[in-house]
Design a protein around this ligand. Structure first.
Ligand code: BYC
Length: 329
């Protein structure tokens, strides 16, 4: 049922002449940059697309704690440990803001988690790659949070009020995350020869998976056209990917590192960096569950869900008792 609902939103933009009067009025509000609030009328497709995108984002924040949490006990100094711990806790908080934003659309957080666990909802492809060395934690902060910010800053202007407000808070914290990652990379790149090699190796492994975070190229993006008409998305996947490359290549050069792309060239005519596309067959394999860490990530989420069952049951029992008491009073 859910897959069907999602498919029904994956088409081109609905022409104005085919819209009902409510849909036309709704589109006019979006075009006038009015925020849509939970109790306002909205097309079913708008609601479903938002639930899909916000929940996918929320799941990504939560699953995104795993590759970094893996390094909390092994951070090289007390200061690095405290910073990483704070960052990972921030990601949990981002997940909660986003689940709350999704709940305003009429779906519960439990349902969303169940959809993640049964495979009908996704999380970002990037978190299916392992963090093998401390330099990977630098690369995640610099590249992964850098890509996330590139995507999320425009989403502060998204048409749905609760999503837009959640993004404003999240973006404030993400910029600190990106800087802490770049700072780790600086230390590594300017350290011993072995540390510099670790930094380069982390860049080599995280470069293309970071480019994939923006989603398939525009010609293959299923949802972009309608999502942009509804201002659920503000930019296309390729626009954001290009902005990310333009911002990140000079940073890599500043670090004295080499971007692993032989075809990378600054194009004087366009004023942008030309770069090689990621291997899209790898991207789709990761989405199908065949990435290096898909199984491990889902097993960790399933275990957390099962281990937390007693808390959920306890809360429900407490809520039940309270409502009995209120009814009796
Ligand atoms: N991974 O039509 P398209 C973070 C799916 S950062 C997995 O272009 P759309 C964090 C897509 O869902 C990451 N799946 O889709 C950072 C669709 O499949 P379904 C989270 C992907 O939605 C640091 C299909 O491919 N950020 O949280 O218009 C530390 C076709 O794609 C991916 C967000 O989620 C992918 N990379 O555009 C901790 C930002 N890309 O659903 C945490 C909000 C595409 O039809 N989301 N797919 O089965 C977005 O901006 C958009 O959803 C996307 C995709 C740009 C990601």
């Amino acid at each position: 049922m859910y897959a069907q609902m999602v498919k029904s939103t994956g088409q081109g933009v609905k022409p104005r002449e085919d819209m009902s009067p409510e849909e036309r009025h709704f589109q006019d509000r979006v075009d006038a940059n009015e925020k849509i609030e939970p109790k306002d009328w909205m097309p079913d497709g708008y609601r479903k697309t938002l639930i899909r995108q916000i929940a996918q984002h929320a799941h990504s924040e939560v699953v995104g704690q795993l590759p970094e949490g893996n390094w909390i006990t092994r951070a090289p100094t007390l200061e690095r440990k405290a910073i990483l711990l704070a960052k990972v806790q921030d990601e949990a908080g981002h997940g909660l803001y986003l689940y709350c934003a999704a709940e305003t659309l009429g779906i519960s957080r439990d349902e969303l988690t169940e959809k993640l666990l049964d495979g009908s909802m996704k999380y970002s492809s990037i978190f299916n790659y392992p963090t093998l060395t401390w330099a990977d934690i630098g690369a995640v902060g610099w590249l992964v949070d850098g890509a996330a910010i590139m995507n999320q800053v425009p989403l502060q202007r998204t048409s749905y009020g609760p999503y837009s407000r959640a993004m404003i808070r999240i973006c404030k914290e993400e910029s600190f995350h990106q800087r802490q990652g770049f700072d780790i990379m600086m230390k590594m790149a300017q350290g011993t020869e072995a540390q510099r090699r670790m930094a380069q190796d982390a860049l080599n492994r995280f470069w293309y998976p970071s480019l994939m975070m923006f989603g398939p190229s525009d010609k293959d993006s299923v949802h972009s056209a309608q999502s942009m008409a509804w201002k659920i998305k503000i930019n296309t996947n390729d626009e954001l990917r290009q902005k990310f490359v333009d911002q990140t290549v000079p940073q890599a050069h500043y670090l004295g590192l080499t971007v692993p792309d032989d075809d990378l060239r600054f194009n004087d005519e366009t004023g942008h960096w030309d770069f090689s596309e990621p291997d899209w067959s790898e991207f789709y394999e990761v989405l199908k569950g065949n990435g290096p860490c898909n199984e491990e990530r889902m097993a960790a989420r399933r275990k957390a869900w099962d281990d937390g069952a007693w808390v959920r049951e306890g809360l429900m029992a407490h809520a039940g008792k309270r409502s009995h008491r209120t009814a009796a009073e």
